[in-house]
Design a protein around this ligand. Structure first.
Ligand code: NDP
Length: 328
């Protein structure tokens, strides 16, 4: 049976183009479990993979979509049966393996996680890779201890930042949200931020390696100069969970905050998490993320909307989470 997929092709000149096409099941990659996909989402990496790939995509034609939620249609693995609700993030699906921007996907059983019964598939994908990563970052901060003072979230109006803000506020932390888009202030306050910090207030090169101790913890989706500056503003012994590089990959930082303030820089990777960690993270999401706040982040999209939205997310123009109904 043919099904719809967003297919990215590359011509002989290396130019890529993305379009919705009908493709046959025989073209699906190898894997033990075939999933009837219900929802996927748009993440920063998807923006790269819809376009020229940014070094992430190895072979064309390619179906992007680094996460999806759906129902098992067929399984050669005893852990899954037809009708089971599953969710997938990571394992380079949507990059090196065809992903969730299609009505069907075929993947390894090891990559899937059963969806917690408290979550429906649309909400699971409103969380998606960005939210899974946000929860990993919250758990990393918790395990190192959050200090006195607000927890800073950078890139707050984006996907990771929005979910991180809602989780932290829901857990009772005072959240200071950094944004370059003043018009998102009401949105961020609605997610639970008690303080809005303009991007320009922080996004400067480090002037002094240590500044006034301001933040009890930080989830940073931006990297670059902003991360470097934030390191010198952390409370003694506080931790920064570094998640992303929307503002740049180079880190023009000093070692002084590590040496004289005992600051911890925690790297967060959502891609290679083993099954038990994934299960635990999804359970924490189901129990700790306020669903009304999650609802406020959702922008609905179809497969056909993705080429344009993919360009927008790379420009930092997407707010919250784009949930893709692959059957719409
Ligand atoms: P989004 O594009 O949704 O959010 C990024 C936000 O960063 C933007 O909304 C904007 O927020 C801010 N921003 C964008 N450009 C700049 C800039 N030049 N300088 C300062 N701030 C900027 O992306 P996601 O939230 O999905 O992902 C964020 C980052 O995290 C990406 O680099 C992504 O690759 C990474 N990531 C990493 C994962 C991991 O496993 N480590 C998993 C998922 C994502 P505002 O307008 O509020 O300022």
């Amino acid at each position: 049976m043919a099904f719809n997929a967003l297919v990215v092709e590359r011509d002989d000149d290396g130019q890529t183009s993305a379009s919705v096409q009908k493709i046959g099941e025989d073209r699906l990659p190898d894997g033990e479990v075939t999933v009837s996909v219900a929802f996927s989402t748009l993440n920063y990496k998807d923006g790269l993979c819809i376009g020229p790939g940014g070094g992430l995509v190895r072979t064309y034609p390619h179906v992007p979509g680094i996460d999806f939620a759906g129902t098992v249609e067929a399984s050669d693995d005893c852990r899954y049966s037809p009708g089971d609700r599953v969710v997938l993030t990571g394992w380079r699906v949507g990059e090196m393996h065809w992903g969730g921007y299609a009505q069907k996907a075929r993947v390894k059983a090891d990559w899937l996680v059963p969806l917690p019964p408290e979550l429906d598939m649309r909400h699971a994908m409103a969380v998606g890779t960005a939210g899974f990563t946000a929860m990993l970052a919250v758990m990393a901060l918790e395990s190192h201890g959050v200090k006195d003072g607000p927890v800073l979230v950078t890139g707050a109006a984006g996907g990771v930042g929005s979910v991180a803000t809602a989780i932290l506020a829901g857990l009772g932390y005072e959240v200071a949200a950094v944004t370059g888009r003043q018009e998102t202030e009401d949105y961020l306050r609605g997610l639970g931020a008690s303080r809005i910090v303009g991007r320009s207030e922080i996004n400067e090169t480090v002037k002094r390696p240590l500044e006034k101790e301001a933040w009890g913890g930080c989830i940073d989706a931006v990297g670059g100069a902003m991360l470097a500056r934030v390191l010198g503003q952390m409370q003694y012994g506080a931790s920064v969970a570094a998640v992303g590089l929307a503002g740049g990959a180079s880190l023009p930082a000093s070692v002084i905050p590590f040496l004289l303030r005992g600051v911890n820089l925690l790297g967060i990777d959502s891609v290679m998490q083993p099954f038990e960690n994934r299960k635990q993270v999804w359970e924490r999401i189901a129990s700790d993320l306020p669903m009304d706040r999650l609802e406020a982040m959702i922008q609905a999209a179809t497969l056909g909307d993705l080429p344009e939205l993919g360009r927008d997310i790379l420009k930092g123009k997407v707010k919250g989470r784009v949930v893709v109904d692959v059957n719409a």
